[in-house]
Design a binder for this molecule. Sequence first.
Ligand code: HEC
Ligand code: HEC
Length: 431
Amino acid sequence: MQEKTFLQKAMKIVPISLGLVAIFWFGSAALGLSSAVQQRLCGIVLVAMIYALLLAIPKTEFKEKTFLQNLKIKIPVITILGIVIWFLAGSFGFPVWWQIQFVAFALVGLTFFILLDLRTMKPEKGQVHSVRRLLATYALASIIFITVTAQLPQFDPEFELEKLNKPPMKLTGLAGPEVIAAGREIFEANKCFNCHKVFWEGNSDRGPNLGSKQIGLYSDDYIKSQILDPRKDQAPGFEDKKSKKAMPTYYGDDISDDEMVALVAYLKTMRDPTNIPVEGKFPNQWTWWDDPKIIEEGKVVFEGKEAATEGLNCAVCHGAAGIPMMTGALDFRNENQPDTDKMPDHLPGVMLKDWPDELWYKRVTRGVVGTPMAPWGMIFPHLYLWKAEAYARTFHDPLDKRTAKRPVPPVPTKEEIEAWKTNELFLDPLL
Ligand code: HEC
Ligand code: HEC
């Protein structure tokens, strides 16, 4: 039987693969799998197809190809493969460094193939000769390894020394954004990302996500004390033995006073004006709406008994039992109340029970212009306002009658976070 040509083989491989892609695509859609899963399944089939095509390339006719001829086929193939691997790894959610590593493996494969294509060497003439060749190969591999790794920043001794010899940070003369940027560098340099995510950034859930937890709502002193002595006040959901002791206690020695100011300035930016804070250890998380401890603290704020918000008393107008004391003040007992129509950005048709977190936050921090509902967020720390809101909700949605917790919001994306800055969702000054 005659060997099939590459074209004949390809005519089989390609339609079969595309057929498989179609089956997986519609099959996974029919099974209700997410489009991300769909794309991954199809991506895997496509990688398999490329491999099958590579195998189908007819064995070289006896004529040896030149080195360049070999490269002409392999480089484009590996390039395409590298691109497919890059996007496939990306769709699986691997961090960028892993993506780079996977593609690097494909390039190592290329080198390997190139080596295989080289002309065979003449057989060794004897024991000594083969030992010499062995040593030469070893030496060559070592040289390549050392030269390549020396180029990478983390292996560059100069780079490490420079970091060690860097003069300690001095804050004098720096303005806001520079301090925050310096604080972020300190966060990175002290490897806080090893345990903490900041919204979408980072890939470890050992400690709380300082973004969705909104550590920026807390006071500078609290944040500082939690870095210096993390065991003083355990983060909710991290009470287990391992988590309790996980956060190092040596940062007081490693971080200078000025660096601490910058680090705290950076952490203070970790807020989300569109969602109430999230507590707990991934994936067992909950929002403040369903947190009995927060709701209890919110009651104290609402009734004007919180020392940190002296002068704020929601109950004076909205009533301690939810019965409005002032005409026109929102009645929190009635779940079917629309948003005020006195604000240009009002949200018609959405009832109190369905108000997005963002609306609660906006109304209570900015108030309702022209009414006694003042912009409390200009005067009082937002940490306490969120708590008062969590309590206010219980008037129409009592904690003990709830059958399900409110869903934990998805972690905001980089683009959404950028948008908060331009949408004026944050108040200035931030309390
Ligand atoms: C080895 C893991 C690890 C590293 C590294 C780490 N943390 Fe933590 N961190 C944790 C864990 C676990 C918790 C939760 C338990 C607790 O409250 O102590 C926590 C808690 C915190 C809290 C308190 C959160 C709250 O709810 O009050 C802050 C703030 C914090 N970390 C900041 C940092 C900063 C800043 C760095 C870097 C300088 C850092 N962490 C490095 C594991 C770590
Ligand atoms: C001085 C009286 C007063 C105080 C104190 C007060 N409110 Fe109000 N609040 C009002 C009035 C009046 C309205 C109705 C505004 C309007 O006409 O739409 C209102 C409306 C609201 C609304 C609804 C806004 C909308 O879109 O309809 C919310 C939510 C609210 N208050 C929460 C609070 C919370 C939480 C506190 C305490 C942190 C508080 N209020 C303190 C008087 C007050």
